[in-house]
Design a protein around this ligand. Sequence first.
Ligand SMILES: [Zn+2]
Length: 241
Amino acid sequence: MKASVTDQNNLIELQRIDSAISQANHRLKALPEHQQLVAIQAKLVAGAAELETAEAELADVAIDLRRSEVEVEQVADRMTKDEARLSGGQASPKELEQLQHELGTLAKRKSELEDGELEIMIRHDGAKQKVETLKSDEDGLKKLELELNIRLENAKTEIDREIALKNSERTLLVPKIDTALIELYEKVKASGSGIGAALLIGNTCDGCRLAINAVEMERIKSLDSEEVLRCEECRRILVRI
Ligand SMILES: [Zn+2]
C-alpha cells in the first residue's frame, strides 16, 4: 500500500489524538471520587440501620422513663394525702399509727423508685446521645457526599470537554487522510491495544519498542517514502520520521 508522506504524518497525529481520547476515557472511569462515593454510600446505609436501632432504643427508654416518673408521682401523691390526714388531727390513735407506718413504707418505696428513675435517666441520656452522634455522623457523611459529587461532576466536565475537543480535532483530520489508510489504521488499532500507527525511531518501532533487524532496516531504507510500512513484530503501521 502507498500513502503520501503527509497522510502518513497525519496518521501519526490521528494516533496521538486517539491515544489522548483513550487516556481521557480511562481517567474518567478511574476518577477517585467514584470509589470514595461508593465507600460513603456504604457507610450511610450502615449508619441508617444503626440510627434506626438507636432510635428504637431511645423510644423504649423514654417509655420506661415516663412509667417510672408516673410511679414516683403516684407514691408522692399518696404520701401528700397521708401527711394531710396525719396533720388534720381527726384520725384516731390507731389510724395515726397506721398512717405513720404507711408513710415510712411509702418513703422507702419512693426512694427505691427514684433510684430506679435515676438509672433510667442515665440510660435515656446515653441513648439520646447515641442518636445525636449518629445523626451528626450522617450529616457529616451527607455533606461529604455532596462535596464529592460536585468534585466528580467538575472533573467529569473537564475531561468531557477535553474529549470533545479531541473529537473535533479528529473530525477535521480524518477527511484529510486517504480512506484506505484510515481503514487499515482502524483495523490494526482494534487488534493492537489501541495503537494502530507508530513512529520508526532509529531502528526501533515506537509501538512495540522492539528493534528492527538490520536486513529489514536495509529493505526499509530502499523503499519509496510513500510505501506504507508495517512493523514485523507488532504489525502496526510504521511511519518514518
Ligand atoms: Zn512494532
